[in-house]
Design a protein around this ligand. Structure first.
Ligand SMILES: NC(=O)c1ccc[n+]([C@@H]2O[C@H](COP(=O)([O-])OP(=O)(O)OC[C@H]3O[C@@H](n4cnc5c(N)ncnc54)[C@H](OP(=O)(O)O)[C@@H]3O)[C@@H](O)[C@H]2O)c1
Length: 340
């Protein structure tokens, strides 16, 4: 069966996904019976386009990379804005990869809701809508008989939500701890090696790993949104991200890192979620941990998540040196889950 695909956002992640899809299209058709054509792409400043036939995805990605508008691409009609595109597109799956908004998850949350209401399956890598509106979006998806999937929101392509959903039936998640933000880990581990904060941040930005607004990484908002998403999805919490006060790494100095090293420690930005009596408490803050501990051993863009469960004890997922291709893979794996 041929699936019609729509894209909201054609940035680092969506372009990596577009290339992965096209690179693997023969395997996807042969091994999964999955065939696709792209019918809609929306961006913020590069135009939004619809097609009743098919959009050349690689040409669209190339245009974005060259800073050119999508408007004028062969066989496409220009649309004024993303909401109009969602209203009019003929799509089976919409990939939402617009930037994180840690204030309210908008406009992505409303894009997703409208697509689900139109019975379009939605896959997102954007943690904002999951942190702010998970229950509502899940309910709308259920009512309309479509899927809402978001594996890429917390640990790129490493299975977290899918692992708990499919591999840990009946187990209760009691808590978690982890290093969930690649940009701050690149900065902290780079500073251990004598590089400057700014130099390391630039490296994360050049790799396409940093948020469009890197302050959201540095000040702990990205990690906080991931922690809320984990708690609300895996622990059935109802945490309002507006009540979280993350502490980022802005105040961590080279002197702090040297002092920690003298004690055999390193500084890491650690996200935690714990059930305390009936309440679930979320925290994000820099912590000094032993250099050879699991958290202390995580370097560069790598991430680690430890999940505590009642029936299966503790499980850790380590993702080594992820880049945008790993997030692209999350979209691909969610896409096949929706398709199957
Ligand atoms: N990069 C990673 O490694 C990574 C990993 C995990 C999750 N994520 C998440 O994935 C999402 C995308 O990341 P990215 O690195 O691909 O971001 P990006 O490179 O900044 O791309 C964002 C895309 O969204 C478009 N856009 C911006 N505002 C929009 C709006 N209001 N409506 C419609 N489209 C809009 C942009 O259009 P213009 O180009 O025209 O501005 C751009 O095409 C983010 O939510 C991020 O948190 C990223």
């Amino acid at each position: 069966m041929e699936m019609k695909l729509a894209f909201v956002g054609m940035g680092n992640v969506a372009r990596a996904f577009a290339r992965m899809l096209c690179e693997r299209q023969d395997d996807l058709a042969r091994d999964h019976g999955f065939r696709f054509r792209t019918t809609a792409i929306s961006t913020n400043s590069h135009g939004s386009i619809l097609s009743t036939d098919r959009i050349d995805l690689i040409e669209a990605a190339g245009r974005m990379e060259r800073g050119e508008s999508l408007v004028g691409l062969a066989g496409c009609e220009a649309v004024t804005d993303t909401f109009s595109l969602i209203e009019r597109c003929d799509a089976d799956i919409l990939f939402e990869t617009s930037p994180l908004n840690p204030v309210d998850g908008e406009p992505a949350a409303s894009y997703i809701r409208r697509a689900l209401e139109r019975r379009i399956n939605v896959i997102t890598a954007n943690k904002g809508p999951v942190a702010f509106r998970y229950r509502e979006l899940k309910r709308v998806a259920r009512e309309r008989g479509v899927s809402f999937r978001f594996e890429g929101t917390v640990m790129d392509g490493a299975p977290v939500f899918n692992m708990v959903e499919t591999c840990l039936p009946a187990a209760r998640v009691l808590g978690f701890e982890g290093i969930l933000n690649s940009t701050t880990n690149i900065i902290l581990t780079g500073m251990e090696e004598g590089r400057s904060f700014e130099e390391c941040l630039l490296a994360a930005q050049r790799a396409g790993i940093a948020e469009a607004n890197a302050d959201y990484d540095i000040d702990g908002w990205d990690a906080a949104m991931k922690a809320v998403a984990l708690a609300n999805v895996l622990m059935d919490a109802e945490i309002d991200p507006r009540g979280i006060e993350p502490k980022g790494i802005r105040a961590v100095s080279s002197d702090d890192i040297r002092a920690a090293a003298q004690r055999g420690g390193v500084i890491r930005l650690v996200a935690r979620g714990d059930r305390v009596s009936d309440e679930i408490i979320i925290s994000v803050a820099p912590e000094e941990v032993m250099k050879d501990s699991p958290l202390g051993s995580v370097r560069g863009s790598s991430n680690l998540l430890k999940i505590k469960t009642d029936l299966m004890g503790e499980i850790a997922v380590l993702e080594t040196d992820p880049g945008v291709r790993q997030t692209a893979y999350a979209l691909l794996s969610d896409m096949l889950t929706v398709f199957n």
